[in-house]
Design a protein around this ligand. Structure first.
Ligand code: ADP
Length: 542
């Protein structure tokens, strides 16, 4: 017997329709590439998204075809999110921080029909325009007065001109909720990038789950500033969640330095933000150096790479900003776990609470996870034994775009490539990525733990721990450190700092100081580059 409730496909367009109807006056504020601050509302944004849906049709974009973007976080990018997916096309967000050769490769692989870009990416567009095979039009996301005169870009169109020519009457089509909605390529630290192709259904379910109180806890009373870029896993789903709950949105555009962010937090009354640890480092440095506070910001979501406890402590103890540590992947749309405490943990002493917050957190409903040993046997949830983390759920990838790389699943589970423990309360902690793991005499050393300790040293700005070759132990930990400006710090100071904090044999064998650690296109430390750089490094113990 079937239930007798309405059959309504879960479609992305319904999020914007809801925001327009029930939160029409709620603001969307954007710092634009031009530097000025633009203000609009859900009502106006929805009307412009419908115009854009008409424009896409006029440009010849058909159901299922890909609409590429090279853009910062801003209202026009959000309009495209809804115009493309809502009309049944596939929004393909390209990462502008990638090398032009990679952008060409990805755009060709995705078979993008058109490419929308922010003016700051004109040089990149000029570099790729003659080389991509399928892009029929390049659209500058600006108005007529700022249109560049670029002869290097064929069929260069103006975003505002396109909109002006269209009506804002457009009926969002109704179709199968399993239809593809958006496409995002993983940064591809090894081999070619691979595409994760999300569906309307997976996106809506992810949005519901991410908004839950023990997940990211979005509400209509929030003012959300996503630092995490809209070109990386749909800004962790924020442009969807904000519409679902009717929150005010504040987009920072390309201005992601500590001062610009802090100014915007204060001016717009931002209550919650989200980004990778490297961004927050810049913010904290600015706030500390200028003796500033946060007037309204009370929460920040940190993920993408491990959030050092020293950062949690700085936000919470000094600035009264609660840190929510979260873990996810492009292949998971991206949310997998969030670290919110359970009731019985609230009364724990601060040190113990902080130790829990260093973990990546509990599975949000919809995500099932387990850890396995080398033979694929499931390991106990004792918080001690670590193994490869496997996940499954309705917003977890089943296969990569175009079946690239073959079947990624193992008996219906997606292997994450992360190495983790899970404790009795269900808190998962990443100890490493399988490719970053340090294997000393056959035993694993968790590089993240070692980095977290280094980050707690007051003179350390950034630290990466990598495996260096050792004749006896095969691999031993080498710590690569960027000092804070003007700080005095020696190798032996830092090695002594580990004493009593970790099993002695985990202590790094050596420390090297560098001016900078290479960061990838999504702001994560590129340990593969460091391993390459220090391949010949001779450890003193060797
Ligand atoms: P990639 O960096 O591989 O291109 P993603 O941006 O999807 O792709 O990153 C996913 C990976 O980032 C995870 O598999 C994990 O290794 C790492 N990661 C994400 N969040 C965290 C976190 N909170 N702590 C530690 N590692 C994290």
């Amino acid at each position: 017997m079937l239930g007798s409730m309405m059959q309504q496909p879960l479609l992305i367009s319904s999020l914007l329709t809801h925001a327009e109807r029930h939160h029409g006056e709620q603001e969307v504020v954007s710092r634009r590439v031009e530097g000025d601050l633009h203000r609009t509302t859900y009502k106006h944004l929805a009307a412009r998204a419908r115009r854009m849906a008409n424009a896409l049709e006029r440009l010849g974009v058909r159901f299922g075809q890909r609409v590429g973007t090279l853009a910062w976080n801003g209202y026009r990018h959000m309009e495209l999110y809804y115009a493309a997916s809502g009309s049944g096309a596939v929004l393909h967000t390209l990462n502008p921080r990638l090398h032009p050769d990679q952008v060409v490769w990805i755009a060709d692989h995705a078979e993008d029909e058109v490419l929308f870009f922010d003016l700051s990416f004109l040089p990149l567009v000029e570099a790729i325009a003659g080389r991509t095979k399928t892009i029929k039009a390049f659209i500058a996301m600006t108005d007529r007065s700022r249109m560049p005169a670029s002869s290097a870009v064929p069929n260069l169109l103006c975003y505002e001109d396109l909109l002006e020519a269209e009506s804002d009457r457009f009926e969002w089509p109704v179709f199968d909720e399993n239809t593809a909605s958006s496409l995002c390529y993983t940064s591809g630290t090894t081999g070619h990038p691979k595409g994760a192709l999300y569906s309307h259904r997976s996106t809506l379910l992810h949005t519901f789950a991410s908004a839950l109180p023990d997940a990211l806890n979005w509400s209509a009373r929030d003012v959300i500033l996503p630092v995490v870029p809209m070109f990386h896993v749909n800004a962790w789903g924020l442009p969807y969640a904000a519409c679902m709950v009717g929150a005010k949105l504040v987009f920072p555009g390309p201005f992601l330095d500590g001062k610009s962010l802090h100014d915007l937090f204060e001016a717009e009354g931002v209550t919650v933000s989200a980004g990778v640890p490297t961004v927050w480092q810049g913010l904290l440095a600015h706030v500390e150096a200028n003796n500033l506070r946060f007037r309204t910001m009370r929460r920040t979501i940190i993920g993408g790479s491990a959030c050092p406890p020293a950062m949690v402590q700085a936000f919470q103890d000094r600035y009264d900003v609660q840190v929510l540590h979260a873990w996810g992947m492009t292949e998971l749309s991206p949310l997998g776990t969030v670290c919110t405490l359970k009731a019985h943990q609230l009364g724990l002493p601060p040190g113990q609470r902080l130790a829990i917050q260093a973990k990546q957190g509990r599975a949000v409903f919809g995500i099932d996870m387990k850890i396995v040993d080398d033979e694929g046997r499931e390991l106990p949830h004792d918080g001690k034994q670590s193994g490869e983390l496997l996940v499954r759920g309705p917003w977890v990838i089943r296969e990569y775009f175009r079946g690239e790389g073959g079947d990624p699943l193992v008996n219906g589970w997606f292997p994450t490539g992360d190495v983790a423990t899970i404790d009795a309360d269900g808190f998962m902690q990443i100890t490493d990525r399988s490719k970053d793991v340090i294997k000393s005499g056959g035993e694993w050393i968790g590089s993240i733990d070692l980095e977290n300790i280094a980050m707690a040293h007051p003179s350390v700005a950034m630290a990466a721990c990598i495996a260096a070759h050792h004749p006896k132990w095969d691999e031993r930990p080498l710590l690569v450190v960027v000092k804070k400006p003007g700080a005095e710090l020696t190798r032996s100071d830092l090695i002594a700092f580990y004493e009593g904090k970790i099993a002695r044999w985990w202590t790094p064998d050596d420390v090297v100081f560098v001016d900078a650690i290479p960061l990838g296109a999504t702001g994560k430390m590129q340990k593969n580059k460091l391993r390459e750089q220090f391949r010949e490094h001779r450890l003193p113990s060797a």
